[in-house]
Design a binder for this molecule. Sequence first.
Ligand code: SF4
Length: 560
Amino acid sequence: MSEREVLEMDVLFVGAGPASMAGAYHLAQLIARHNEAGGPAIEIEIGILEKGKEIGAHALSGAVVDPRAFQELFPDDWQEAPFEGAVTDEELWWMTGKGAWSMPIPPMMVNRGKYVGSLGKLLKWMEPKLEEAGINIFCEFPATEVLLDGERVLGVRTGDRGLDEHGKPKANHEPGVDIHSQVVVLGEGVRGTLAKQLEETLRLREGRNPQLYAIGIKEVWEVPAGRIQPGKVIHSMNWPLGFDTFGGGFIYGMQDDQVIVGLVVGLDYKDPLLDPHELFQRFKTNPKVRALLEGGTMAFYGAKAIPEGGWWSMPKLWGDGFLICGDSGSFLDSQRLKGIHLAMKSGMLAAETIFDGLKEGGTVTAEHLSRFPQKVDESYVRKQLHPVRNFHQAFDKGLLGGMVQAGLGMVTGGRGWGLLDRLGAKPGYQHLERLDQPGGPPREEARTRMEYDGTLTFDKLADVYNSGTGHEEDQPVHLLVADTNICEDRCAREFGNPCQHFCPAAVYEMVEAPDTPSGKRLQINASNCVHCKTCDIMDPYQIITWVPPEGGGGPNYSKM
Ligand code: SF4
């Protein structure tokens, strides 16, 4: 049996998304400037761990990007970043199945001054800058465990390589590495594995709202020349979601006659058999969307959960030896659909917090890290998130309730109904209605599902093919279901096994099994998984845990 290697770092960022990439680079810059100015030299090792095959492989966003953090971080050359185009023309559509009508765009949704961007491409552009700054980037290293001494974080453990499907070592087995670091910055993205472990172990969510989520599903299409200009932005409301389900559609023009088309669906819907992927396919059959895509080809597909809870859903963001940033820390403005610049800024504020400690004696203490929330409070992050702190919660009362709250928030500084400072919330899966109750949603047998034509609309497997997803087949399943008896019996009766519908990658399948109470058993097609985390969030019994598979496995979004 090989020995577990131990690596020493000074500051370790987990997950190479915008928060970690910006944070690591900003920290390196602060130290370089300090050393050039002749202060007592600070010499540290900064590392970033990434589970994907390469930078950007697992990064997915809409995205219309507020360039503010790029301008701060790269003042001399941010305009060389590969944005798809400045937003020059935008529309908001009220959509039905038969048409779409332009509506006035509310001031908070205006995107002038913003840029359509692909997060994967933007992170790729940042990568050589980080390498030049001496930052160690370790791709294909998923962090699977926090190393704790009591309540102090000592570092992280990465996943083993070369285990077979039963967890037994294969010939190429290598145990994961323990990486010790005086500070660990968690920027793992939405529903981060380590952030979830720490939230539970150290009770970081006490007194906070639960996180609220949506799922974003998108395709990138290549369309006939001239169909849409780069930087064109269209958002839509209503169909095919209706008044009860949070979300909306988006269409963004990219370079080279490519177009992003996507749908966001709140993960607090009531109908357990609602299928966000199917709704997205339906969205494309609207005549105006169809006309845009006709004659084109679908090139890429992706899906990811989005943290929508905002200000009141932030966990405690610091502790002894760690900070939490980006989507893991709820740094996303769900009213404006903007998270990239807030994630980057949170990473940069984490860097400044750590740098204060390094300057004041070389060791970053818990007292230094405790200053992070104040830095967040004093930055534009609070100015943006606090006034929209009750936005998503208000959609508990449907689309109209949410729109009224958005208007009310504008005149009350973000207060909710009854001028409450904070509207409460319950986890999204608790909104699911049971099928076996009188008046409950219809069962699967009473529904007609959409048929896909393979030209405009695609089934999940065709879409997964275009996500570039691949996993080593002979490895332990990375979707842990605590009790499959619940799937075969209670869940089948009460909710009709919603995992088959909310998963956008056809990972969960109920297959014939005459010896079970429902006549079906759960089959997990783990190699299809696009790492969106929806199952970990939306399962009604909270018995699914998503854990990182062997390093490098998963989608390839670097061109999305
Ligand atoms: Fe998303 Fe879970 Fe399906 Fe993977 S298995 S694609 S994380 S819902």
